[in-house]
Write a protein that binds this ligand. Sequence first.
Ligand code: TYM
Length: 333
Amino acid sequence: MVKKIFSGVQPTGNLHLGNYLGAIKNFVELSNDQTSECVFCVVDLHAITVRQDPKELQNNIRETVATFVASGIDPKKSIIFNQSRVSAHSEAAWILGCSAPMGWLNRMTQFKEKAGKDKEKASIGLYSYPVLMAADILLYDTTHVPVGDDQKQHLELCRDIAQKFNNDYGLTDFLKVPEPLIQKQFSRIMSLKDGLKKMSKSEISDLSRINLTDDKSQIVNKIKKAKTDPLPMPSNFGELEKRPEARNLLGIYASVTNSNLEDLIKEFSGKNFSQFKESLSQVLVDKISPISLEIKKLLNDKKYLDEILLDGYEKANKIASKKIENIREIVGF
Ligand code: TYM
């Protein structure tokens, strides 16, 4: 069976190691798998749920495309496009929003986190954002959605919305219920400044994350300054569980090098953090620097990036237009 893959990334700048290890690395593997058809979406409609500078947004859309390509996604094999261009996304979001009960949306933890204390001031878009995400996925009859752990609840909601819409209109398998693809390990990369907080582009301190555009000296400096505890490197899993920063840094090492965590614990057991950090910096520089250089190179060729987006739009629009046409008929338009 052909796997239909769909995933999205917000063009809000500062794509970081968490986005890469939690999602983009997985996109690359899936895009190279002959049995998968992949659609990767730059979700600009999602980005404007919080205020964006229009000029910067335009640059960030191109930078996200550049990051996909620099990481190893071949735009000839996978569809890469930006969401706002395919109007079926907004239309499907509205229609699905008329099936989705508010009670389900009220449970979304990411809204509560992002809206903060003053949720009366948060935009309606920020609140209904998971419905748009469901629309993204369901328009493409997606079977699998690769994401980081923080999107798990949104995917569960997407599955519920698909079933609810099918039930509401007496259909059995019209909207396909997708499977999440969340890695068992390292699907939540934590801040370099706090092992209990997710690595995030909205964190004020740039030292909390490795950006995919960081150069060698920035990477080395950030790892040098990464928070640790005063003990030597842990010698077993039990110890690792109780030491969030050690766990995160070893997890990053394991994920970047595709190695086994248990072997790494053995290799570094009892050593000083400074020794471990030197090795970690090296593997990160080896992995991230070529991507960072390639992103910068691609950003100089706006024409090429815009061509990718145009080609992707044409292909995505073909699929999504067909599905929205069926949806329109089903609801009676
Ligand atoms: P976004 O743009 O916040 O993040 C893009 C992807 O990166 C993952 N991610 C992480 N993974 C591990 N550790 C971290 N610290 C970390 N931070 C981010 C996210 O889980 C995500 O996979 N709502 C989505 C975008 C979206 C989407 C979709 C995804 C819109 N429509 C349809 C899948 C399918 C978002 O805001 O991701």
